[in-house]
Design a protein. Sequence first.
Length: 349
Amino acid sequence: MEKIPVGILGATGMVGQWFVRLLADHPWFEITALAASARSAGKTYAEATTWVIPGEPPEAVREMTVERCEPPLPCRLVFSALPGAEAGPIEEEFAAAGYVVSSNARSHRYDPDVPLLIPEVNPDHLGLIQVQRRRRRWPGFIVTCANCSTAQLVLALEPLRRAFGLKAISVVTMQALSGAGYPGVPGLSILDNVIPYIPGEEEKVEREPNKIWGVLRGDDIAEAKLAISAHCHRVATRDGHLEAVSVALEREATREELIGVLEDFRSLPQKLGLPSAPARPIVVRKEPDRPQPRLDREEGGGMSVVVGRVRECPVLDWKLEILGHNTVRGAAGGAILNAELLLAQGFLS
Ligand code: NAP
């Protein structure tokens, strides 16, 4: 198969670097354009980038010239790792110019005609693409992936929702520093500390799952109405968000049944054999002190979520810990999986 030429908007940033790394040897996609702000445009990628993620920048991109984030770029699909404040109009410009945009940014997540997609959970929401194109008269379109904390929460709870129904969720997050980009949170603010506030994060975690778990009816998503309470904290880990979660279920279940449905969960990306789909989207650890960010974040190449400590909750029904790699499953890897689903479902032809 001839590879699809792809570009990365915001290629020099933290998530942009993960895109570069994950796409370097991708079997379906080939990086043909890198773009960032006017500060970086015209420089080589190596000159423009302070490389801060594990490994070295791939040889193939080091000497590529960074472009401005505006069409035309020599590609059909662009991955967006732009800041939320900048992404909105830039992504629209690309979709209007005929590009497929797979975005990480928050700007279009709540647009009623834009899919907020987790391929294992709501692949049918791709039905919004034709609505979006029709309403906006765009030859291209935008799909978005969820906020990093939402993505791992919703993926891990999806088997429980399907088997037993969800009534309410309480989540306390411990979010890694990489989630704030680079240079991110100043060292003196986070060393020896936990910061109990991440601007906008609790609102996202409380809102996004209800769109993702919504039902596509005609041209619209009828959102779910789950009660969700989120407390979000920044902690001094590098990668991997840990979430302490309590859930109330619609139907009674035993601990063994919960663990069984979590371990057995497979979905469309696994069935289609998408290149970034982990064989096991959810990995359950039985030890009393797992999952831990440093030990478990690389599970499934960072695309699996790891669940542990499933136990009874005296307030809601059950408690569990959920860990996900925020810059892989929660950002670049999630957007790449979305694009793989688009290709497999015929939206890139
Ligand atoms: P970042 O490290 O600050 O990188 C931002 C990128 O956007 C850089 O390439 C920057 O280019 C470019 N940029 C900034 N302003 C621009 C403008 N006006 N026009 C064009 N390009 C511009 O941010 P990040 O952490 O990678 O996050 C990127 C996006 O992903 C954000 O929307 C964030 O909310 C989302 N996200 C992040 C995570 C995570 O875990 N970090 C998870 C999920 C989603 P220069 O280098 O030239 O300035």
